[in-house]
Design a protein around this ligand. Structure first.
Ligand code: HEM
Length: 153
């Protein structure tokens, strides 16, 4: 009797533990089945906010919302400074330190541009905001060419 009880408990623990793991797994991947690195997660945040921002950047009535979106992109860019590009691993050992340095420099420039962008919306300077947005698109293109693993697109 005791052994059967023990066996049931063990079976329960295994079943529950397994279930727990699959729930955790689904949660950590957002259920969408698409994996992002921690840097990729920040980039997704930046990308989503940028899409909305670009659509409304000309509209002065939306400047408060646009400033908030720029602020969101800014926070994600600052967070991105804590990570290294996955592509680093594929660079020759002797070039990895410079590779990361270059990436950080690019991200710092993006932080500076987003700080200016948030300020422009707060000041109601939509023409300046549009000019900064054009620079950001350029920074994205250059940053991805240099630091984003080509097959990740
Ligand atoms: C407005 C500007 C930018 C946007 C909208 C943007 C958007 C994105 C998106 C959507 C991804 C794919 C994320 C994923 O699927 O996991 C990505 C990845 C990446 N981006 Fe950006 N990005 C921007 C600027 C930059 C800049 C300036 C740099 C570098 C200085 C950069 C470096 C990277 C890297 C290295 C990855 C690959 C992630 C990894 O290695 O783990 N991005 N970005």
């Amino acid at each position: 009797m005791k052994t059967r009880l023990l066996a049931s408990i063990i079976a329960f623990v295994i079943a529950f533990g397994g279930l727990n793991l699959s729930v955790l797994n689904a949660a950590s991947h957002g259920g969408g089945g698409h994996d992002h690195s921690p840097l990729g997660e920040e980039m997704e945040t930046i990308s989503k906010a940028f899409r909305t921002l670009r659509r409304q950047a000309k509209d002065p009535a939306k400047n408060a919302s646009s400033a908030a979106l720029a602020g969101k992109m800014l926070a994600a860019s600052q967070k991105s400074l804590e990570f290294e590009p996955a592509w680093k691993e594929d660079q020759p050992k002797g070039e990895q330190a410079d590779f990361v340095k270059g990436y950080l420099k690019g991200m710092e420039q993006m932080v500076a541009q987003l700080t200016a962008l948030e300020k422009a919306f707060k000041a109601g300077d939509n023409a300046k905001a549009e000019a900064i947005i054009a620079k950001l698109r350029d920074a994205q293109k250059k940053g991805h060419k240099a630091y984003k693993k080509p097959d990740e697109d």
